[in-house]
Ligand binder design. Structure first.
Ligand SMILES: CC(C)(COP(=O)(O)OP(=O)(O)OC[C@H]1O[C@@H](n2cnc3c(N)ncnc32)[C@H](O)[C@@H]1OP(=O)(O)O)[C@@H](O)C(=O)NCCC(=O)NCCS
Length: 170
């Protein structure tokens, strides 16, 4: 049976950003293993994809997956308004293969996730980032994320995380 055309949701130069598919998970796991110290079980990726398929995106070039972003949608205390509740996008993980960095793929994955999260009713997006990850922090600040908290010893190796959030949609 011919493969269905995978839905493209955005473009970043020559890269296509589209919804992740079960067939992409092996590449996503490989990118994660090579780029981040935080790894998850294979089951975790499939579970996020099954539960939040609209906000699990991949960037592709010439049929090769070169980056991904996966987000959960949660309901709880707002990171941006005191005492308010909000539907929030939570960026669980985002990464781009090293040889494809600096070409706007990361920026466009995050921006496209905002659009897809907003379509699902999220009014804010938030994430945790290592305090030492100055490149990622600069990227999020460039997009308008603000530091809203700090989690000491958040990572297994004891490093702290900054919590960063941004209003999206509306
Ligand atoms: C953070 C990350 C996703 C950004 O991806 P990216 O595709 O390089 O992002 P962009 O191309 O949009 O560029 C972001 C910034 O990287 C910098 N950059 C430029 N050239 C670069 C290169 N060759 N390599 C790396 N970074 C470069 C630029 O300063 C750019 O900022 P600018 O838009 O002000 O010029 C990527 O660096 C990555 O996968 N890092 C490892 C995983 C990680 O830390 N994820 C975040 C966890 S919270």
């Amino acid at each position: 049976m011919p493969k269905l055309q995978k839905a493209i949701v955005a473009r970043a130069g020559e890269y296509q950003i589209r919804l992740c598919d079960r067939d992409d998970i092996a590449a996503v796991i490989d990118i994660n293993a090579k780029t981040l110290p935080e790894h998850y079980s294979d089951h975790f990726y499939y579970e996020i994809l099954a539960e939040f398929p609209e906000t699990f995106l991949v960037a592709e070039l010439g049929g090769q997956v070169v980056g991904y972003i996966m987000c959960r949608i949660e309901y709880g205390f707002s990171h941006l308004r005191r005492l308010g509740l909000a539907r929030k996008g939570h960026v669980v993980s985002v990464a781009v293969r090293e040889e494809h960095r600096g070409r706007g793929v990361g920026t466009n994955l995050v921006l496209t996730s905002h659009a897809e999260l907003a379509k699902k009713g999220s009014t804010e997006s938030y994430l945790e980032v290592r305090v030492s990850n100055s490149l990622a922090i600069a990227l999020y600040e460039k997009l308008g994320y603000k530091v809203t908290g700090r989690l000491e010893a958040y990572y297994k190796d004891g490093e702290a995380a900054l919590v960063m959030a941004i209003q999206i949609g509306q």
